[in-house]
Design a protein around this ligand. Structure first.
Ligand code: ZN
Ligand code: ZN
Ligand code: FE
Length: 762
């Protein structure tokens, strides 16, 4: 039997997922000597000595039996010269070597079944320990300060293991062998309850005490893996009224955490696929339709047909429900307006003591903040509204390798950063609205952290075309500082490019619809039909929605009655109608007079082709929503009304010179008010837009001989529009693509920008 010596380097998600213990086990099983160790580039290095046959078996096991959370991107095997020097197989101390790139640490992982069982087992030393974890579960991305993933490089370094934990940590047969987050009540992080001023509340059982307080209607800030949540009861109105008042959130829906899947089914409809998502180790917030007998407070998701629900994902979360009967608690990210989610204790005390009644702290630091992810289903298709905890920073793996390592900084709202390296795109956690210094810094930090983690040698940075976005300035600075190429990318092109990259498509007719994006001509775009080709920095704008005036500029976005008046004014006298609605304007009758005056001078108005604004206008005409207090509110509420409707008006799309008319549609809705139900009219408006956009796209696809039509942009979160378009496009024999891996909204922009530039020949 020939003996060999080989060095194997593995890249992928191979640190923090029980990979070294796994390697140890398969090496020993195959009778091989040598070592395994983590590397500073997030990869793993293995040295094997033994027969050729055994090495072959080892490599087979490596691929076939890898731990469930591990992802292997590359296995590089190189023969070594020299005599055998190992007499056994061992796990060595990590090396700092960083020559390989493209590996990354895993996302945070929800508590596993075995840990959950131990949490409930009175015989277990970690019985009722809120921070129970193992190699298969627990925080990862949010605790790692630098690589390699060793305890001293994480925020667990402050908790030296006790003898018991160490004995498990060093036992190759134990589930916690080399689990960096291993801890127990004796040696691990402690949890404690305080008043809103930070004074300790003496309690034997702070977690369950907090659960009781929540159940009684108190507001409690709870420190989790990636930041603080603000929590309260879901079955009473009073705490929600208070929470909305102090958080200045008039209408924006709150996410809730249900005690169990069973409890969720008592107030929401849960399909099989939705149940799978809810219970997956990513544990995202899933938007579920409220059921017929929805009995939670209407103040959780006012005016919406659905509600965002997640299941507990840490021991602490499970224990919150132990001593109470509540089906769910509100569990919303603790972030002050336009600020990132709060992660540090002192910041929480400073910023939240006016909001909450109590704090449930633990004394482990959070290295990186990470909001919860949000998904919904369109039929069988999963749509990301926010891709964050549980997913980031695991990469989107592309079929082909990019030509340039590129960083995308996204747009402004709901932003993310992205590092494209080879065939992998690492998208950051949710950053939020990058309008001020705090979110800007968060974006910069998160992106630089990703570059470091993946060991990327960046060549180019890309951002939106908008000259005044904070991210545009940041891109400029980074380009100057590092000598990177700077390339700006048009907003709607980036949306479609993201879709193309995700599906490995070379050309597409893209329907790119959202609220606002800076057009190539400087105008406000948002209802675009584009022809895009992979590898091209440019694109062709083939068609769009009718340009409509924004009466009062940004005010029209906030108060959709203004947009509606701007459209209707061309056809009817809107004075009486506006006067009837004067209470809906912040300055009443006076403001209506100003609006009427502005309507006369319409030529000065800012024009937009935005699809979002048209939906807003329909919402205003149908008395569904008069003020946009959060992004997408009027359109979301309109969809919620339309869910129960049908296409009663059956309007035929009016298309001339590659423009879809929207004035006539709004007029029809306006004139049929009272004649038909709101639901039917709301649905008819959706049907008109979907039919019109799909018809235009099909027409253009035939002209260009392209076989694929895709739908992207924030409006693609709308289920009704998506389903109608899909039917029309597929009936015409073309393929219809939507996002599955990245958000259709602006959270997907950084990825779209990066693939445009990374695959181009700039
Ligand atoms: Zn576990
Ligand atoms: Zn311990
Ligand atoms: Fe957008």
């Amino acid at each position: 039997m020939k003996t060999v010596r080989v060095k194997i380097r593995v890249t992928g998600i191979v640190q923090g997922v029980g990979f070294r213990p796994f390697i140890y086990r398969i090496a020993v099983k195959n009778g091989l000597n040598g070592y395994v160790r983590n590397r500073g580039d997030a990869g793993v290095e293995i040295l094997l000595e033994g027969s050729e046959e055994r090495v072959k078996n080892f490599l087979r096991d490596l691929k076939e039996k890898k731990p469930p959370l591990a992802r292997i991107y590359e296995v590089i095997t190189s023969p070594l010269k020299g005599k055998n020097e190992f007499e056994s197989f061992t796990i060595l101390k990590s090396s700092e070597e960083t020559e390989l790139s493209g590996s990354v640490i895993p996302p945070d992982i929800a508590i596993c079944d075995e840990c959950l069982k131990e949490l409930r087992d009175p015989e277990n030393p970690r019985y009722e320990y809120f921070f129970i974890t193992c190699t298969n579960c627990g925080p990862r991305y949010t605790i790692i300060e630098k690589l390699p993933y060793d305890r001293e490089n994480t925020t667990m370094r402050e908790f030296p293991m006790c003898n018991f934990c160490r004995s498990e940590y060093t036992d190759p047969l134990n589930r916690r062998f080399h689990a960096q987050t291993v801890a127990c009540p004796k040696c691990g992080p402690k949890v404690y309850l305080t008043t809103k001023k930070g004074e300790l509340v003496n309690s034997e059982d702070p977690v369950r005490e907090a659960g009781k307080l929540l159940s009684e209607g108190f507001i409690v800030a709870i420190k989790g893996y990636g930041g603080f949540h603000v929590a309260t009861a879901t079955t009473m109105d009073e705490p929600l009224i208070k929470l909305r008042r102090v958080k200045h959130r008039k209408q924006k829906p709150f996410a809730i955490m249900a005690r169990s899947l069973e409890a969720t089914k008592s107030f929401a409809e849960v399909s099989l696929r939705e149940a799978e998502l809810l219970t997956s180790y990513m544990r995202p917030i899933v938007l579920l339709n409220k059921s017929e007998d929805y009995y939670l407070s209407d103040l959780i998701a006012p005016g919406l047909h659905n509600v965002g629900v997640m299941l507990p994902y840490t021991g602490l979360h499970y224990m919150l429900f132990d001593r109470v009967e509540d089906p769910a608690f509100v569990m919303t990210s603790a972030n002050p307006p336009n600020q990132p989610i709060i992660k540090d204790d002192d910041e929480a005390l400073r910023r939240l003591s006016g909001t909450v009644d109590y704090f449930l702290f633990h004394n482990r630091k959070i290295a990186h903040r990470c909001d919860d992810s949000v998904v919904r289903l369109h039929g069988i298709h999963q749509v990301f509204l926010r891709r964050s905890r549980g997913y980031a920073p695991a990469p989107i793996v592309l079929r082909e390798k990019a030509k340039h390592c590129t960083v995308g900084l996204g747009g402004e709202l709901n932003n993310t950063g992205c590092v494209l390296l080879g065939n992998k795109a690492f998208i950051s956690q949710h950053i939020g609205d990058v309008e001020n210094v705090e979110t800007r810094d968060f974006l910069e930090k998160a992106t630089k952290h990703l570059i470091r983690l993946t060991n990327s040698k960046v060549e180019a940075v890309t951002c939106d075309l908008h000259p005044k976005f904070t991210t545009t300035r940041l891109a400029q600075n980074l380009a100057d500082e590092n000598g990177w190429q700077l390339i700006q990318v048009q907003h709607h092109h980036a949306h479609i490019a993201a879709l193309m990259a995700e599906h490995d498509v070379k050309e597409i007719i893209g329907i790119s619809c959202d609220g606002y994006g800076y057009g190539s001509d400087g105008e406000a775009w948002g209802g675009e039909i584009l022809f895009c080709t992979r590898g091209e920095l440019g694109f062709e704008r083939l068609a769009h929605l009718q340009r409509q005036p924004l009466i009062g500029g940004d005010l029209a976005t906030r108060y959709p009655l203004r947009t509606a008046a701007g459209i209707l004014h061309k056809k009817v006298d809107v004075e009486d109608w506006l006067m009837q609605h004067r209470e809906r304007f912040p300055h009443g009758e006076k403001e209506v007079e100003v609006v009427l005056h502005q309507l006369e001078r319409e030529d000065n108005a800012i024009m937009t082709t935005s699809c979002g604004r048209v939906l807003d206008a329909v919402a205003a005409v149908l008395d569904v929503c008069y003020e946009r207090t959060y992004e997408g509110e009027p359109a979301m509420k309109l969809e919620s009304i339309a869910v129960k409707g049908e296409d009663i008006l059956k309007l035929k799309p009016i298309i001339a010179n590659d423009v879809l008319n929207t004035t006539e549609m709004l007029l029809e809705i306006f004139e049929n008010r009272g004649k038909y139900s709101k639901a039917d009219l709301a649905y008819s408006a959706h049907a008109y837009l979907a039919k019109g956009l799909a018809t235009l796209a099909i027409e253009k696809a035939l002209e260009k001989n392209v076989k694929i039509v895709g739908f992207s942009g924030g409006v693609a979160c709308n289920r009704i529009l998506t389903l109608i378009m899909r039917k029309i496009v597929e009936d015409s024999g073309l393929k219809f693509l939507v996002h599955e891996a990245v958000p259709p909204g602006d959270g997907g922009l950084s990825f779209g920008q990066a693939v445009i530039v990374g695959f181009s020949n700039f």
